[in-house]
Ligand binder design. Structure first.
Ligand code: PRP
Ligand code: MG
Length: 212
């Protein structure tokens, strides 16, 4: 039997809400938490637990058919991948922040500055539009510590509650984009699996309507 292959975040902020929406869709997943792959008992679906940043490439390669992923990750790494549904959870911003003590006037202030980020494409595109050239320092996590240890003058990262910025004495000065979890689709999905995607979308839409 053909199954639709869905990627969800292995661990992190999206993991729980992604499993919850599948559950609310009436899709039960046999979950050995340590397993990287699981099947549903009552829907033709296989679930792959993957690292966030790897998911766009899996979609592109057609190794998975769909994924629940943050729009911010798609914008950074998968601008070529289409979105079937916005899912309404895991809302966040991708923002530029500077130390609280800095007197910030405008985005021009970033000219020639060192910015630590895990979102190099997003920052580059944003600053390019504003005609600003900065020096990017790419790191994968704990970005907000960079100004405190003298690694950068500013950071660009996800802001959700704002507490990480606050704890690190930073202030948000530019919101580059807003994001939420989405259902993304592989450009390589087969016709047979497209039919399964339709069934899944139908269920997701009624869950989202009920949540309103
Ligand atoms: C994420 C993100 C921000 C923080 C934002 O980091 O990189 O640092 O959450 O959330 P907040 O505004 O609610 O504080 P995460 O804790 O996932 O760890 P990482 O940076 O090491 O990936
Ligand atoms: Mg972080």
């Amino acid at each position: 039997m053909t199954k639709i292959r869905i990627a969800i975040q292995k661990s992190g902020r999206l993991n729980e809400d992604s499993l919850q929406i599948l559950k609310d869709c009436g899709i039960s997943i046999d979950n050995g938490k340590d397993q990287l792959k699981a099947s549903s008992r009552n829907f033709p679906m296989e679930v792959f637990y993957l690292r966030n940043g790897d998911i766009p490439q899996y979609l592109r390669d057609g190794v998975v058919d769909v994924a629940i992923i943050g729009e911010n990750v798609l914008i950074e790494k998968g601008a070529d991948i289409s979105i079937a549904e916005k899912l309404g959870f895991s809302k966040c911003k991708v923002s530029l922040a500077v130390p609280k003590s800095v007197k910030y006037k405008s985005v021009q202030d970033f000219e020639g500055k060192r910015i630590a980020t895990s979102y190099p494409n997003t920052v580059t595109n944003y600053l390019k539009k504003k005609g600003v050239r900065a020096d990017l320092h790419i790191i994968n996590g704990s970005v907000e510590i960079a100004p405190n240890i003298g690694l950068a003058d500013a950071i660009c990262d996800i802001v959700s509650s704002g507490s990480t910025l606050f704890k690190n004495n930073l202030k948000e000065v530019e919101v580059m984009l807003t994001s939420e979890a989405v259902l993304a689709v592989s450009p390589q999905i087969s016709e047979e699996r497209k039919a399964l995607l339709k069934r899944l979308q139908f269920r997701i839409q009624s869950v989202l309507r009920a949540r309103k």
